[in-house]
Structure formats: structure tokens, C-alpha cells
Write a protein that binds this ligand. Structure first.
Ligand code: UDP
Length: 195
């Protein structure tokens, strides 16, 4: 992976295939990872909010999502070659999960959207084992319970679609407590894939 520095952030520049190879290996080995697919809004939010900035800087897997980041990387003379649409990465991970019967937890979006997403994905990828499918408007105590569930039930793949900065904040609060799982902020992906 090639590193590209934009402002105070280190993006990894690699093809979708290379990203998938790394993530498939992690899934297979039961390792953990926190993936942020970052667009310019995420970088701008991080510049405004120091706590969020620490989260974005701490992740090892900062994926350039969208041409905005690519454009910025050229301005900083660290040109990024590969732009990875978060939704494509997510779909490929779901396919991989289906192939190996991995355990999935999906969290986020409106209740009816999350329900539809669950129905659509269950049909399309019947071998996925569901740890849970939870909409994105639960209360703080339920969020806490969800964290505890992640610790106990050890899902392989956790898709979090609360939009930024909520999704990264929630993942940051859970990632140090779990010992495995690919955790990825997926933004509006549930809305797209459910209809
Ligand atoms: N969302 C949520 N809980 C919240 C706020 C937002 O589940 O408290 C969901 C919202 O329903 C939508 C997603 O987060 O599905 C945000 O999508 P958006 O396209 O705004 O995110 P982006 O891709 O721009 O980060």
C-alpha cells in the first residue's frame, strides 16, 4: 500500500482488489480492523472537531472515498491513484461474508430501511449469519448494549451506517473492547442497497 498524506491524514492508496485481499485475510484470520472511507466532509469535520480528528488519525485504514480526496491529494503533491467507493467495498465484503458464512451485524439507517436491507441481503446472500440488524435511532443505553453484544458475540463484519461523525464515534468507542471484526462506517449505504 502506498501512503498519501493530505493535511494531517495518512490515506492508503491501493486498488479495490488489494483492499479486498487485505480485508479477506483479516476476516479469515479473525483479526480486527477499523475502516474509515473518508470523503472531504469527513476531513472537514475532523478539522473542526479535535476529538473526531484523533479518531480519523488513529485508524490505520483510511480509505480515499471519492474524487474530492483525490483532487486534494494532488494539491498536496501526494497524488492518490485509486479512489474506492465505500459502497463497492461494502458489497464485496458482503459477498465474501456469504461465501464463508461469516457473522454480520448491521447497524444504522431508519427502522424501515434497516429492515428492508436485512430482507434484501438475506435473499441475495443466504449464507451470511446474522448477529443482528439494528436501526440507527436507538437510545444511548441501547447503544451501550449493542457494544456489549459486539464484545460477547464477536461478529466478523460490522457495518455502521449512522453517517459521519456518529458512525466513526460509535466504532471508536467499541473497537478497543473487541478482539475481532472488521468495523466499517458505511454512511448511506443501507439506503442505497435496500432500494
Ligand atoms: N442515521 C442514523 N442515525 C442517526 C443519524 C443518521 O441511522 O442518528 C442514518 C441515516 O438514516 C442515513 C445515514 O445515517 O441512513 C446517513 O447517510 P448519509 O448519506 O447522510 O451519510 P454519508 O454517506 O453522507 O456519511
Amino acid at each position: 500500500f502506498h501512503e498519501s498524506r493530505v493535511l494531517d491524514y495518512t490515506f492508503l492508496d491501493a486498488s479495490l482488489d488489494s483492499w479486498l485481499q487485505v480485508m479477506k485475510r483479516k476476516l479469515h484470520d479473525g483479526e480486527k480492523a477499523f475502516i474509515i472511507t473518508a470523503n472531504p466532509e469527513i476531513v472537514m469535520q475532523a478539522e473542526r472537531d479535535p476529538a473526531y480528528k484523533r479518531i480519523v488519525q488513529k485508524t490505520k485504514y483510511l480509505v480515499p472515498d471519492g474524487v474530492g480526496i483525490q483532487w486534494a491529494s494532488k494539491r498536496f503533491h501526494q497524488p492518490i491513484r485509486h479512489v474506492i467507493p465505500g459502497i463497492e467495498l461494502t458489497e464485496q465484503l458482503l459477498q465474501e461474508a456469504d461465501q464463508h458464512g461469516y457473522r454480520l451485524l448491521s447497524y444504522g439507517a431508519k427502522p424501515e430501511v434497516q429492515e428492508r436491507f436485512y430482507e434484501v441481503i438475506r435473499k441475495r446472500y443466504p449464507n451470511i449469519q446474522w448477529v443482528g440488524h439494528i436501526h440507527g435511532y436507538i437510545q444511548d443505553d441501547e447503544k451501550q448494549e449493542l457494544m456489549e453484544r459486539c464484545v460477547k458475540e464477536r461478529p466478523d463484519l460490522v457495518l455502521v451506517g449512522l453517517g459521519m461523525p456518529l458512525q466513526e464515534q460509535w466504532i471508536a468507542s467499541v473497537i478497543d473492547q473487541v478482539d475481532k471484526g472488521i468495523y466499517i462506517g458505511v454512511g448511506g449505504t443501507f439506503d442505497v442497497l435496500s432500494g
